[in-house]
Design a protein around this ligand. Structure first.
Ligand SMILES: NC(=O)N[C@@H](CC(=O)O)C(=O)O
Ligand SMILES: [Zn+2]
Ligand SMILES: [Zn+2]
Length: 421
């Protein structure tokens, strides 16, 4: 087993001290058997946890695999990711979720927790085998038809009721399908100017409003994927005040980028839900700080070149996230380490039920952690990303912060900013 002594490192912004890792756990004291890492100027955080990652395997291994996505995650400071179900075949059976789970274990770079589909084939017609996925080796607790909305209220209610038995959670891609037919970008001044079909904010807000009422009615847990509008924040605020069991996530790109970028017609900015306005961005930031939005999730959505470098209308929606998320959040929140640890590690781990992740770095805790250099700057070069895809909206941008090392159960997955395997 490996042993490390990280000297003079700040735990969550505290005074520099030594952090000792022995055989997978945080230890009380060094005994001279350790490899030494100079932690001067570095901050240690619990390993980041992503509730929303697209790994594309099985089916689109040309865009990402469990292994390449896991490497991208480790380089981004993550020790666990939840893999979305919109693969091909869809992760709607115990067989597929077990396959993804096993591939994650084989890659050994992060814990890959599969998400199961809510409906067969994501088609929104009949419930998938939720129980069999829950009791499979992958022990699925989060179910989502992400990419599609569970539009049928009766199916949504059934799904919420079903997962209650094992404290499961339904993660909704909130998009009223009839209100977004042919939508290409946020509906507003910019879409009118560009002549592109709009995706109105109310298409998201109406589904969230319906779903919090359903979750309240049946007493189940609802999670809202990639919240993108100020109006959604208000619906969530009211629901939480009433005690509804709802949690919500925001992506790094919705915390930073706006619909003005669509004016470039560069499909790298095409994403679901679409980039919104500056006032939405401001409301999302405030909601994240307040806790109305619980977590940052990447919605890492790798796409092959031919699916992205084409005309806007034909391009697939989605952008990369894992390797830039920490830097974007640092630039948005500043060096508020407790807040970053909470929104990117502790709370997502709690929502997903990933014990062993998102824990305090106390003696005896599992050594799942990441070491970051807040003063470093880097220019994003898509060619240097570990992801198999290149669709980052930050190409050529200088971002703050760098992941120096990541440890999964005490084993380094990243050292000196490079993947170990
Ligand atoms: N976010 C996206 O624009 N795309 C996602 C699906 C999704 O998250 O809705 C994808 O799978 O590519
Ligand atoms: Zn989605
Ligand atoms: Zn997604």
């Amino acid at each position: 087993m490996t042993r490390f002594l990280i000297r003079n490192v700040s735990v969550l912004g505290g005074a520099p001290s030594d952090l000792v890792l022995h055989d997978g756990f945080v230890a009380a004291a060094a005994d001279g058997s350790e490899d030494v890492i100079d932690g001067s100027g570095l901050v240690v955080l619990p390993g980041l946890v992503d509730l929303h990652t697209h790994l594309r395997e099985p089916g689109r291994e040309d865009a990402e695999t469990v292994e390449t996505g896991s490497r991208a995650a480790a380089l981004g400071g993550y020790t666990a990711v939840c893999a979305m179900a919109n693969t091909s075949p869809v992760a709607d059976t115990a067989g597929v979720v077990e396959q993804v789970w096993r591939l994650g274990r084989e890659a050994g770079l992060v814990d890959v927790q599969p998400i199961g589909a809510v409906t067969v084939g994501l088609a929104g017609r009949q419930l998938a085998e939720l129980g069999a996925m829950a009791t499979s080796a992958a022990t699925v607790r989060i179910f989502s038809d992400d990419g599609f909305c569970v539009g049928d209220p009766r199916l949504m209610r059934r799904a919420l009721e079903y997962v209650k038995a094992f404290d499961g959670i339904i993660a909704q891609h909130a998009e009223e399908p009839r209100l977004t037919e042919g939508a290409q970008m946020h509906e507003g001044e910019v879409s009118t100017r560009l002549g592109l079909t709009g995706w109105p904010a109310v298409a998201e807000e109406a589904i969230i409003a319906r779903d919090v009422l359903l979750a309240e009615h049946v007493g189940s847990r609802l999670h809202v994927c990639h919240v993108s509008t100020a109006g959604s924040v208000e619906v969530l605020r009211q629901a939480k005040a009433r005690g509804v069991r709802v949690t919500a996530e925001v992506t790094p790109h919705h915390l930073l980028l706006t619909d003005e970028l669509a004016a470039s017609y560069d499909p790298v900015y095409k994403v679901n839900p679409p980039l919104r306005t500056a006032s939405d961005v401001a409301a999302l930031r405030e909601a994240l700080v307040e806790g109305v939005i619980d977590v940052v999730a990447t919605d890492h959505a790798p796409h092959a070149v031919e699916d992205k470098e084409c005309e806007w209308a034909y391009a697939r929606p989605g952008m990369l996230g894992l390797e830039t998320a920490f830097s974007i959040v640092l630039s948005v929140l500043g060096e508020r380490w407790e807040l970053i640890a909470d929104r990117m590690s502790r709370t997502p781990a709690r929502i997903a039920g990933l014990t062993g992740h998102g824990t305090d770095l106390a003696v005896g805790s599992p050594a799942n952690l990441t070491l970051v250099d807040p003063s470093a700057r880097r220019v994003v070069d898509p060619g240097e990303l570990a992801s198999r895809s290149r669709n980052t909206p930050y190409s050529g941008t200088t971002l703050p912060g760098r992941i120096v090392a990541t440890f999964l159960r005490g084993e380094p997955t990243v050292l000196d900013g490079k993947a170990v395997k």
